[in-house]
Design a protein around this ligand. Structure first.
Ligand SMILES: N[C@@H](CCC(=O)N[C@@H](CS)C(=O)NCC(=O)O)C(=O)O
Length: 215
C-alpha cells in the first residue's frame, strides 16, 4: 500500500512549493515511491483526529501501514532509510549526509524562517525596520558559510543526498527576498536541484493542488 501524506488544502504560498510537504513529495519522487495525499484545511489541522497524527496540528504527516510520522526531516530520513538513492551506502558518507540533514533543519532553516516570518507577520509593526538588519545579517552569515563550504561542488558531500534535498528546500524559502542573489554558487546549487526530474514532478503535484483549489 502506498504511503499517505498530508498537505495544505490551500497553501499560503500559492503553489510555490515552499510548504514542507514539498520535501516529502520530492523525497518520495527521488526514490520512485508512489504516494497518496490527503489535503487538510487549517481548521482540520487543529482537530483531535489530525493531532493524533501531528501533536502540533501541522502538515506534513506520513502514514504507511501502522506507522504514523510527523516532522518533515524525520519523514525524509525514514524514506531515505527505506529506499536506495537518498543516502550513501558507505557508513561515513552516510553519517555525513545525515549531518547535512540536521544542518539544513537545525542551523540554516531557523534564521531563514525567523527572517521570513518577521516579513510575513511583523512588517507593519513599528519595530520591524529596526529588527530587519539583524535578521538579514543572521541569514547572510549562514549563506556565506554554506557557499564557502559548497565551493564549486555540485552537491554538499559527493553525490546528491537527502542532505541536499533538505538544504535546497530551506534555501528556497528565501524566495523573492533577494538574499540569495549575492551567492551565485548557492543560486546555481538550488537551480541544479530544481532541474532534477523528481523535484519537477513533486513541484508539479503540489502546484496542481493550488491550481485545482483556485479554479
Ligand atoms: N518542523 C516541522 C514544521 C511543520 C510546519 O511548520 N508546517 C507548516 C506548513 S510548512 C504548518 O503546518 N503550518 C500551519 C500551522 O502551524 O498552523 C516540520 O518540518 O515538519
Amino acid at each position: 500500500m502506498n504511503p499517505t501524506i498530508t498537505a495544505f488544502e490551500q497553501s499560503p504560498d500559492r503553489g510555490r512549493g515552499l510548504a514542507r510537504d514539498m520535501r516529502v513529495r520530492w523525497a518520495l519522487e527521488e526514490v520512485g515511491q508512489p504516494y497518496e495525499v490527503r489535503l487538510v484545511s487549517f481548521d482540520a489541522m487543529k482537530d483531535t483526529d489530525h493531532r493524533e497524527l501531528h501533536p502540533f496540528g501541522q502538515i506534513p504527516t506520513y502514514e504507511e501501514g501502522d506507522l504514523a510520522l510527523f516532522e518533515s526531516g524525520a519523514i525524509v530520513f525514514h524514506i531515505a532509510e527505506q529506499h536506495i538513492g537518498l543516502l550513501p551506502n558507505d557508513a561515513h558518507a552516510r553519517a555525513r549526509a545525515i549531518a547535512w540533514m540536521f544542518a539544513a533543519l537545525n542551523t540554516v532553516e531557523p534564521p531563514i524562517v525567523e527572517f521570513s516570518m518577521a516579513w510575513l507577520l511583523e512588517r507593519e509593526k513599528p519595530w520591524y525596520e529596526a529588527r530587519r538588519p539583524m535578521l538579514e545579517a543572521r541569514v547572510h552569515a549562514r549563506l556565506s558559510e554554506l557557499a564557502e563550504r559548497l565551493g564549486s561542488a555540485d552537491w554538499l558531500d559527493g553525490e546528491f543526498s537527502a542532505g541536499d534535498l533538505l538544504m535546497v528546500t530551506v534555501l528556497r524559502r528565501l524566495g523573492a527576498s533577494g538574499l540569495l542573489s549575492g551567492y551565485p554558487a548557492l543560486g546555481a546549487y538550488v537551480a541544479r536541484a530544481e532541474a532534477r526530474p523528481a523535484y519537477q514532478r513533486a513541484f508539479a503535484a503540489q502546484l496542481a493542488v493550488f491550481a485545482a483549489q483556485s479554479a
